[in-house]
Design a protein around this ligand. Structure first.
Ligand SMILES: [Zn+2]
Length: 490
């Protein structure tokens, strides 16, 4: 990231950033929120449309029940209170991709309020509100022969259901904002109400940011950064914007309330439009839709569909499988990985061994091949089997690594590769003793140290023997024989 400023840490320390985030999440319903058109991404332009989502006069919206369920589920997962009666409202503005001239959203009576996400122990980021709304169409300005003079409109996205999740201005650094977004996405993915695919626009984020002298209660003037399409860029944009604002204030200037865009290539934000006057959307209740009633019974029904959420799952996994909190954090980073791990952990003799193998041997190889866990050539059954073999000392970790490499090279699962390779461990005592003698003879200095009382040197000898046997000696036997030999000589 390009930094513009030469701000010293001392100057930066004088100010406190205040950040609030507005996140739009597209719900994974099969059809749009007020009509039966498909929500499928990537369909030919203007093919998933009808009089309702085209905004033709006289067409009436009919609310999609599934969209309500998904929104309530997300709200519950985010610790929000769901309002029994919420009201749809028209948000009036003119834009070419909004054929009705208004967007159906919710205003003063949103679906849910007062939620939070705990980003670290004790630090909660408040969620002001979560409401339902329809998406607008898409304006396309590039990629056409006459792009210089024309823009195109695709209304396939018009009427796709969204939830907007508005946070309190509770974040105090770009890192906290990044953490909040990461957890928010994780929770939403667990509920399966959205795929949160940022490239396809299923998750979009706008950030409000201001700075104030530390100790001052009153917020500074904020700017809004819009349409940043990755979490990393949001962090960069916020870091840039914090410094930009501090620099202006330090120079005696005044922050102008405006909307800004972030250019990742330059690592800078730049002003898009002034927001001196707040937009007047002339909200009023949508006359074509009844108040939305989600009574206690329906709320309860939806709550029963709530899966175990990441935080609770991490705690349970630590207790159930005797793994560390760090392990649990890595293994629950996405739901599929966590599901797969648990499958293997249940099948294996020692779950902690599985946790180690998944992290040390499996994930690196998957990443190198650009594969998701579901596409792993080694199934979770295979991981469990390899963990048990390792645990029983039937194979060494060196052999395990070889077998994993072979599985990834051939696309075959671990049991098949193991069956084919039938790796033989050297369990012949005499053969191993011979190697031990050679190793000890070649390492007089270490032997001296061992005899002087530095018994940890045994690890070095084990390593040398394993290396000399090309990883095929049984580690348990090597340990045993080494101890015998060394202590016998003492
Ligand atoms: Zn439609």
């Amino acid at each position: 990231m390009a930094t513009l400023t030469q701000l010293s840490a001392a100057v930066r320390e004088k100010y406190e950033p205040v950040i609030g985030l507005e996140v739009h999440v597209q719900l994974l319903t099969a059809t749009k929120i007020f009509c039966g058109c498909s929500t499928q991404f990537g369909a030919p332009p203007n093919t998933n449309v009808c009089p309702v989502c085209l905004g033709l006069p006289g067409a009436l919206p009919v609310l999609n029940r599934k969209a309500v369920e998904f929104a309530v589920l997300a709200a519950q997962a985010l610790n929000c209170q769901v309002r029994e009666t919420s009201i749809f409202a028209r948000k009036n503005y003119f834009y070419p991709d909004l054929p009705k001239g208004y967007q159906i959203s919710q205003y003063d009576k949103p679906l849910a309020e007062h939620g939070y996400i705990e980003i670290t122990a004790g630090k909660r980021i408040g969620i002001t509100r979560l409401h339902l709304e329809e998406d607008a169409g898409k304006s396309l300005h590039e990629g056409f022969p006459d792009s210089a003079t024309s823009s195109y409109i695709d209304l396939n996205r018009s009427g796709v259901p969204l939830i907007e999740i508005v946070s309190e201005p509770d974040m105090r650094s770009a890192d906290e904002a990044h953490q909040y977004l990461t957890l928010l996405k994780e929770i939403i993915l667990y509920t399966r109400v959205s795929d949160c695919n940022m490239e396809e626009g299923s998750l979009r984020c706008d950030a409000n940011i201001s700075v104030r002298p530390r100790g001052q209660e009153k917020f500074g003037t904020k700017t809004e950064i819009k349409n940043v399409n990755s979490f990393r860029f949001i962090r960069e944009a916020l870091e840039y914007e914090i410094d930009r604002q501090i620099e202006i204030i330090e120079g005696g200037g005044r922050i102008e309330q405006q909307t800004r865009l972030y250019n990742p290539a330059e690592g800078k934000t730049f002003g898009m439009r002034s927001k001196e006057q707040a937009h007047d959307y002339r909200y009023f209740p949508e006359p074509d839709l009844l108040p939305l009633v989600v009574d206690a019974r329906w709320q309860q029904e939806i709550r029963s569909m709530l899966p175990e959420l990441p935080e609770a799952r991490r705690k349970r996994m630590v207790a159930q499988y005797a793994i560390t909190e760090y392990d649990a954090g890595v293994l629950t980073a996405n739901k599929n990985l966590a599901d797969q791990f648990e499958e293997a952990a249940k099948a294996a003799k020692k779950p902690k061994r599985v946790a180690n193998l998944v992290q040390s041997e499996l994930m690196g190889r998957l990443k190198a091949k650009g594969l998701e866990i579901e596409k792993s050539p080694i199934s979770m059954k295979g991981v469990a089997m390899s963990a048990d073999l390792l645990e029983a000392n039937t194979i060494s970790s060196k052999i395990l690594k070889d077998l994993y490499d072979k599985a990834f090279a051939s696309g075959q699962d671990f049991p098949a590769v193991y069956e084919r390779e039938k790796p033989q461990q050297i369990t012949d005592t005499a053969a191993i003793e011979k190697i031990i003698d050679e190793v000890l003879a070649a390492s007089p200095r270490q032997l001296e140290q061992y005899r002087a009382g530095k018994t940890t040197v045994i690890g070095f000898f084990v390593g040398q023997v394993m290396k000399a046997s090309k990883g095929q000696a049984s580690p348990a036997l090597v340990n045993e024989l080494l101890k015998k030999k060394l202590d016998g000589r003492n």
